[in-house]
Design a protein around this ligand. Structure first.
Ligand SMILES: C[S@@+](CC[C@H](N)C(=O)[O-])C[C@H]1O[C@@H](n2cnc3c(N)ncnc32)[C@H](O)[C@@H]1O
Length: 235
């Protein structure tokens, strides 16, 4: 029997390995009742990708999203996907091998990344909820540093809510999900992003509002005083 490699952070379910990694796309399609392909196409359309965009995809998974995003780029655009899952990276590289604008690297997204003002968009699709808050802030700092001023962070993830006051299917979902997902949806992400140097928010909702794409633009560098004020005045 094949042994499943141990997860590096036991609380997190976003470190996808073994059977789940090898069949990730199929499982997402089944879990969503076959709606995932049209959902993710809609998301990519809502990302408002321009042909020359440089896009950093943090936790790029099987490369399904990268392929869809690549269709919206011209020769000068590019996509760099970062992931730590060997099986995920293998699938992504296989799937995108004919796409010269797309590449993948094995990197932990919560560790310091070597990118400075290189990207127009940073995409985080169902990744951020799976980390402890300290690591989420490290990821946001990496995203901010990697973005050109005015570039946009796009977080596709569960919408803010109180799971215990939601309908039973949502309560069930959060019981099955990584425990960190409950912590994630209870937080005020626009406030957090404002404190981390982002602004000009936009939101698109999917799945009856339970999932959202939150766009936030990188602001110009600011002083600690302005940072404190931004925490209060985030709209
Ligand atoms: C839930 S999947 C989402 C994949 C993809 N973004 C999507 O929407 O289809 C989470 C991905 O994040 C990757 N991941 C988890 N922890 C990571 C880390 N610390 N650094 C980089 N990638 C990570 C996993 O390997 C997995 O591919």
């Amino acid at each position: 029997m094949r042994r499943e490699p141990a997860r590096e952070r036991p609380l997190s379910k976003v470190e996808v390995t073994g059977f789940e990694a090898r069949h990730y796309d199929l499982l997402m399609d089944l879990f969503s009742g076959g709606t995932y392909p049209s959902f993710i196409r809609r998301v990519v359309r809502d990302m408002e990708i321009r042909p020359r965009d440089a896009i950093l995809d943090l936790g790029s998974g099987t490369g399904r999203n990268a392929c869809l995003m690549d269709r919206r780029l011209s020769g000068e655009g590019r996509i760099l996907g970062l992931d730590i899952g060997r099986e995920m990276l293998d699938q992504a590289r296989r799937r995108c091998r004919a796409r010269s604008r797309v590449s993948f690297e094995k990197r932990r997204v919560e560790e310091p990344l070597p990118f400075e003002e290189e990207f127009d968009k940073v995409f985080l699709s169902f990744v951020l909820h799976g980390f402890v808050q300290e690591d989420r802030l490290r990821i946001l700092a990496n995203a901010r540093r990697a973005l050109r001023p005015g570039g946009e962070l796009l977080v596709l993830d569960y919408s803010e809510c109180e799971p215990t006051r939601s309908s039973w299917p949502i309560r069930l979902l959060f019981r099955l999900e990584c425990p960190l997902a409950t912590d994630f949806v209870r937080r005020d992400w626009r406030r957090i992003l404002a404190a981390e140097g982002f602004g000009t928010f936009r939101i698109r909702h999917y799945y009856l509002g339970h999932v959202r794409l939150l766009g936030a633009r990188r602001k110009q560098p600011f002083s600690p005083g302005v940072r404190a004020a931004a925490t209060c005045l985030y709209y």
